[in-house]
Design a protein around this ligand. Sequence first.
Ligand SMILES: [Zn+2]
Length: 311
Amino acid sequence: MKTICCPICQSRRSLHLWSHGRDRFLMRVGNRNRIRDVVCSDCGVAYANPQLETQEIESLYTGFYREEDELGDSHFANKERQAHDRIGWLLARCPLNPGRMLEIGCSEGTLLRQLRDDHGWTVSGFEPNSYSARHGLEAWQLDIEPGFFRSERCTDKFDVVTLIHVIEHLPDPTAFLVEIGRVLNNGGYFFFETPNMESPRVGRISADLFAAPHLVIFSPQTIERALRKAGFELVALESTHNLRGLARWRGEQLPDHSAKPVQALRTALRYRFWAVREFQYFATQRLKSSLVQAAIFCLGEQRYRQFRPRR
Ligand SMILES: [Zn+2]
């Protein structure tokens, strides 16, 4: 464990936000330490401090991150549906189609497989979890590199680089964004999805939002700051919510609350036992200092299937 300064602005001033009890991810790797999350007094980003050592962080993903019972039929059916939704969202905004995509932290590669088979894209991925990587390699013949992403491991450049719920797991997200810029083609896009710190939190949401693997939790303002620092320029930022996805999962219909946050919050309270993170945000970014153009599309948290009703 190590005490760190703010990973975005390097400030040492912070306020206590959340203390971990017995964290299920830490327990899996035999770590009984308690981790605190703080919010930076200067830039407002939330981050874990003290932070796990790099080796401890990496051990969370290489073998233990997914429990076997999370990889049943419902897991894959859910991922197929999420991938379909994400691709629909992405292709409606990305003028490059088909293109070449790299997904970092691609799990078994559901999104990559759909893009390849249904839309003719050329796809590659990095995945540190050997079980997930092997599934994509063997069952779907996907080009998945087992292990952690390093830009020097890429021999190609890509039109789109994707991170789905990855950036919040990184000890130095700004440095990682710089690495992403190195493997993007000119005019390429960057697409990501991450929890939104500014979501109204209900039910048990804090326990999941501040689970040990989440090292940094962004708001639209702090992610923009990190991206600017990495050489990106903000073009657009949107906010929405994912109650629709939750309702669909439960076989219900919801009216469009995107323009009515109070109504959306009321609906969220109905779903408090399911601890939905109802606001998503999108941003489009362009690299300021080079010819590379990128887009950031943040969709927000959709891992609601992991929640269970309170007893
Ligand atoms: Zn800061």
